[in-house]
Write a protein that binds this ligand. Structure first.
Ligand code: CP
Ligand code: NVA
Length: 305
């Protein structure tokens, strides 16, 4: 059966860690200047309904480093923009490329594409999840902590797509996720329910301070995700007290690290002082997108050497 990563729930705990171990190996090999062409003559089609810096670059450079090719496709330039169905596009692309990555506004678009494609389909961000990001986040956390089960991970801010994936990651990692979000912007109730029913430890906190207290890992994301721009003013007012700043970080453990998937809105969800400070690991987190994306494509195509 073909493999997909539309949701983090598409893979098992064992597969999750297989991908991360492979990413570690690829990172070490790359540091030594070793670039094995595991994907010679393979190609990845990438469809972007929304902007991207990290996702696009990491997959494109990653495919190149593995000896393959990546194509960036803008739906407006494709016949999809003139009404060709998702199903037919999936069937046709399956005849040309080895795998497809899609960044879409609606999660349903990616699910539909995966249903009709005969090749692996990767979710490069939807309104519901960002599984590729969370692979990089957990890789980064593992670079700082040996035992994931003991960690308190604090999510502070919007209960959005990235938050959903962090909640799902707790199923595999065993860390406890403490979330503090305004009541209007809590994660979807069904995500919390599914994650808990599969063993994730999730604590809902009343305040950002409660979530940050004694945390090992503090994570946030933009208050205004792509597609939320109409609510920008309202959101910036409601989220004001959810900023990751030095005062909040004093409550976390002294060794705590700070993650942000980026792009950051400095002065909103995170201050310059924290983002550029010693606890910030955001640049390693961004780099790790490259290593996990390479590992993911190799695993999806069953090319793990
Ligand atoms: N974190 C992330 O997915 O970044 P891009 O939107 O730049 O791809
Ligand atoms: N939550 C953000 C993540 C961007 C990588 C968004 O959806 O825009």
């Amino acid at each position: 059966m073909k493999r997909n990563l539309v949701s983090l729930l598409d893979i098992t705990k064992e597969e999750f860690f297989t991908i991360l171990e492979l990413a570690d190996r690829l990172k070490a090999e790359r540091a030594e200047g070793h670039f094995p062409s595991y994907l010679h003559h393979q190609s990845l089609g990438m469809v972007f309904e929304k902007s991207s810096t990290r996702t696009r670059i990491s997959f494109e450079v990653g495919m190149h480093e593995l000896g393959g090719t990546a194509l960036v496709l803008n739906p407006d330039d494709m016949q999809i923009g003139r009404g060709e169905s998702i199903a037919d596009t999936a069937r046709v692309m399956s005849r040309f490329v080895s795998a497809v990555m899609i960044r879409a506004f609606s999660h349903k678009t990616i699910e539909e594409f995966a249903r009709f494609a005969s090749i692996p389909v990767i979710n490069g961000l939807s309104d519901r999840e960002h599984p590729c990001q969370i692979l990089a986040d957990v890789m980064t956390i593992c670079e700082h902590f040996e035992i994931l089960e003991d960690l308190k991970v604090a999510w502070i801010g919007d209960g959005n797509n990235v938050c959903h994936s962090i909640l799902f990651s707790a199923i595999y990692t065993g860390y406890e996720v403490h979330i503090s979000c305004p009541s209007e912007f809590m994660p979807d109730a069904d995500v919390i329910e599914i994650a808990r029913s599969r063993g994730a430890s999730i604590v809902l906190c009343d305040t950002p301070e409660g979530a940050a207290k004694d945390a090992d890992v503090v994570i946030t994301d933009t208050w205004v995700s792509m597609g939320d721009e109409m609510e920008e003013e309202l959101r910036r007012t409601i989220f004001k007290s959810y900023q990751i700043n030095s005062k909040l970080m004093k409550l976390a453990k002294p060794h705590a690290i700070v993650l942000h998937c980026l792009p950051a809105h400095r002065g909103d969800e995170i201050t310059d002082e924290v983002m550029d400070g010693p606890q910030s690991v955001v640049w390693d987190e961004a780099e790790n997108r490259l290593h996990v994306q390479k590992a993911l494509v190799l695993w999806l195509l069953d090319k793990v050497a």
